[in-house]
Write a protein that binds this ligand. Structure first.
Ligand SMILES: CC(C)(COP(=O)(O)OP(=O)(O)OC[C@H]1O[C@@H](n2cnc3c(N)ncnc32)[C@H](O)[C@@H]1OP(=O)(O)O)[C@@H](O)C(=O)NCCC(=O)NCCS
Length: 151
């Protein structure tokens, strides 16, 4: 597939939350039930937020959280199934990695259930020794509207 016309964008304000929900619905099993108010909060607290566009159609997304020097974590990497296998996923992740907020960071982490081979091609290594998780309060317990207003 010729994807030379696909544009990558680093402006979070460009993200259409309804399109992002639909993209997650078809291609991101871990994020398929996220609500637009929640996604707005996640985007607001992420930098960079990179999106991929075929005209005005959102076909790819990735975001990172970074302290700018020591650690960053990449989240929610997704390419629409119609556009997979054409190098766009790699381009998306490399655009996150080369962003000024990430490119000097000592270690970049990510979590993946099935896509280790994809990330290994970009330079990531399996690192099972350092990972722990706290299952904190469920999102339903949050008053989303109030927490957005408080920002
Ligand atoms: C994972 C995903 C982002 C990859 O995007 P993509 O555009 O299809 O991948 P690319 O075409 O850029 O592939 C880059 C390289 O990785 C390889 N690759 C891609 N997916 C792979 C997989 N599942 N297993 C092994 N290799 C894979 C490609 O063959 C290519 O190799 P090459 O550089 O030697 O030619 C995409 O398949 C996707 O959105 N999947 C569903 C959501 C998901 O699982 N996201 C990751 C969550 S952590």
């Amino acid at each position: 597939m010729d994807c030379s016309h696909i544009q990558l964008c680093d402006r979070p304000e460009q993200i259409d939350l309804q399109q992002l929900q639909r993209l997650f619905g078809v291609a991101a099993f871990w994020a398929s039930d996220r609500r637009s108010e929640e996604l707005a909060i996640a985007i607001q607290h992420s930098n960079p937020v990179i999106s991929a566009w075929d005209g005005d159609r959102l076909i790819g997304f990735a975001r990172a959280i970074s302290d700018g020097i020591y650690r960053a974590t990449i989240w929610d990497v997704v390419i629409h199934p119609d556009y997979q296998g054409a190098g766009l996923g790699r381009k998306l992740v490399e655009t996150v990695l080369s962003h000024p907020h990430v490119n000097r960071v000592e270690r970049v982490y990510l979590m993946t259930t099935h896509q280790q081979s994809f990330y290994e091609k970009i330079g990531f290594e399996v690192n099972s020794s350092t990972t722990m998780v706290l299952f904190n309060q469920p999102i339903e317990a949050l008053d989303i509207a109030r927490s957005v207003d408080a920002e």
